[in-house]
Design a protein around this ligand. Sequence first.
Ligand code: GMT
Length: 377
Amino acid sequence: MKLKIGIICYPTVGGSGVVATELGKLLAERGHEIHFISSSIPFRLKKLYPNIFYHQVDINQYSVFQYPPYDIQLASKIAEVVHREKLHIIHAHYAIPHAICALLARQMSEHDFKIVTTLHGTDITVLGQDPSLKRAIQFGIEKSDAVTAVSNALVQETYELVTAKKPINVVYNFIDERVYAERENNHKLKDNFGIENNEKVIIHVSNFRPVKRVQDIVNTFAKIRESMPAKLLLVGDGPDMSKIENLVDQLQLKESVLFLGKQDNLEELYSISDLLLLLSEKESFGLVALEAMACGTPVIGTKIGGIPEVIDHGKTGFICELGNIEQIASFAIDLLQDKRLHEKFSKESVNRVKNRFSSAQIVGQYEDIYYRLVEMD
Ligand code: GMT
C-alpha cells in the first residue's frame, strides 16, 4: 500500500529542513504521495518531482494582533490538506511548534490521521530548558503516535529535560549518496580559491550560531597553520560572522581563511577538503559530519550530543574534549601529516556512512514506523 504523507518542517537552511526534504524526496521515489506543508518551498526542493506536492502556509500580519499567528495558520492548513487529500500520516519535524500544530489540526479535522514527530535537537536542547515551554514539548511528544530522535544522545537528553514517558525511536540522519560521494580532486576549484598544491584544506560548515563555536575552529586552524601550509574554508553564515572575521584579522590569518558564505554543491567543497572540523557545544547529530564522511573527508568533532555516534574515534576521525584546542590541533596535525592514515580514515568514513547511515536503511526505518501506525487502525 502506498501512503499519503504530509511533511511539516521549517523550509529554510538547517539540518532538520534538509533531512525532512530529502526524506520526502526519497519517499516519493518509493511511490508514496508526499505533501509538504510549510511557509515557503523547502530550499532543497528545487525542481518538480512526481508525487510531491507543496502547500503554502500564509503568514499574515493582522494589525489587531501583535504577532503573526503562524502556528494557528499552519494548524488550519494541515487540517485543510489532510481533509482534502485524505492523508494517512503527518510527519512533524520538531515537537514545537510543529507537533502541537499537527495535534491541533487533528482536532479540527473530520479525517483521522497519525502523527509522527521527529526531534532534531534544537527543540529539546534549547527550548526544553525553558520552563515556559516544557509542558508544550511534553504534550507534543506524549500525544504524537510515534516519536523519533536523531541520536541516542538526544533520546537521553529528552528524557532528562522533559521527563517524557513515550518510547522514542532513534532514526539517524542520512544523506543521498547519489549527491554526497567522493568527486575527483577538482584542481580548477582549488585554483579558483587560490589553494596551492602543497596546502592542506580544512573545512567547517555551519550556521555560525554561538553553539557552533566557530572561534574554536579558527583557533585550531591557527595552530595547524604553525605546522603546515593550509587553508580554512568557512562555509555558511550567521550571527557570529563578524566576531569570527575580527578573530581572523586579529590572528593575521586573512590570507589563509576563505569566507565562502552559504553554498550549494557542498559535495564539491568536501571533496577538495582534507578534514572537517565540527567543534559544537550542542549537536544532536551533526549532519555536516555525515555529508563530509560520505565524500571521504575525515572529521574531528567534540564529545558532545550525537557527534560520537557519527564519528568512529580513531577510525574515521577523532572525538575531542569541547574547547580543548591543543588536543584538537594535535589530532588534526597527526592526521594531516600521515598520508596513509589519512587514506585509511577516508575509506573508513565512506564505509561507515554506507553501512550505518545509508538512505535505504534510514528511509526504510521511517517507512516501517508509518506502516505500523497505519496498520494498527
Ligand atoms: O544545527 C543547527 O543549528 C540546525 C539544526 C536544525 O534544527 O535544523 O540542526 C539540528 O538538526 C539536524 C538534523 O537532524 C542535526 O544534524 C543537528 O545536529 C541539529 N543541531 C543541533 O542539535 C544544534
